[in-house]
Design a protein around this ligand. Structure first.
Ligand SMILES: [Ca+2]
Ligand SMILES: [Ca+2]
Ligand SMILES: [Ca+2]
Length: 203
């Protein structure tokens, strides 16, 4: 087999392996500022399980609400151990705005939060994060706000680790992590350079 053809096949194989090895971005990153009402929550979009939401409580009074799909088994969400200094509150709501569960501090001396909840049915729900003591409430069409916007005492970046959930808009094609593509590109570029040098030497 001609060596350049072999290199092309190698690159294709590496790219395919990257795509099929499950190295996908299962993270939703807050786009702009996620809303905190029934009318402007942010819809997570991707493919398959969602394992992480990252974002920012930009001011003490900021709160962010995201729409996710609960798969039907035990659902977990936590900010514990994720490197944030935010004093978080996590809350889970129905699409109608009813608050199902919330948590301020996961345990004594830990100001980050953990929720564990088994939904009656699989489906879409809303998860909210705020800064203590910007407390979560049930919302409805007459008062669509989940938070009163008072009492927040810290701000900064957060990372919510999720279990038992999928993207709400589960239609976006899988996208490999940028690092995987970059590695593939470097390997293939390296192969191409090697071939070029090899050819010049053979002249
Ligand atoms: Ca935000
Ligand atoms: Ca917000
Ligand atoms: Ca807390």
């Amino acid at each position: 087999m001609n060596i350049s053809r072999l290199a092309a096949i190698s690159c294709a194989t590496i790219a395919f392996a990257s795509l099929s090895s499950g190295v996908y971005a299962q993270t939703w990153t807050e786009t702009g500022d996620a809303g905190e009402t029934l009318n402007d929550y942010q819809i997570t979009s991707g493919s398959g399980s969602i394992t992480t939401i990252t974002g920012s409580i930009a001011t003490d009074m900021d709160a962010d609400v995201y729409r996710i799909h609960l798969d039907g088994g035990v659902f977990t969400a936590t900010t514990v151990g994720n490197g944030t200094t935010l004093d978080t509150i996590l809350a889970l709501f129905t699409l109608d705005g009813d608050k199902l569960v919330d948590n301020d501090d996961a345990s004594s001396g830990v100001s980050q939060s953990t929720i564990t909840y088994t939904p009656l049915a699989a489906g879409d729900y809303l998860i909210g994060i705020s800064s203590y003591n910007n407390a979560p409430f049930s919302a409805d069409v007459f008062n669509p706000n989940f938070y009163d916007g008072q009492g927040g005492q810290s701000s900064g970046d957060y990372k919510i680790t999720l279990g038992g959930a999928s993207f709400s808009d589960n239609t976006t094609p899988l996208v490999p992590e940028p690092g995987t593509l970059a590695t593939t590109a470097i390997i293939c570029t390296g192969l191409g350079m090697g071939l070029l040098v090899g050819r010049r030497k053979n002249r």
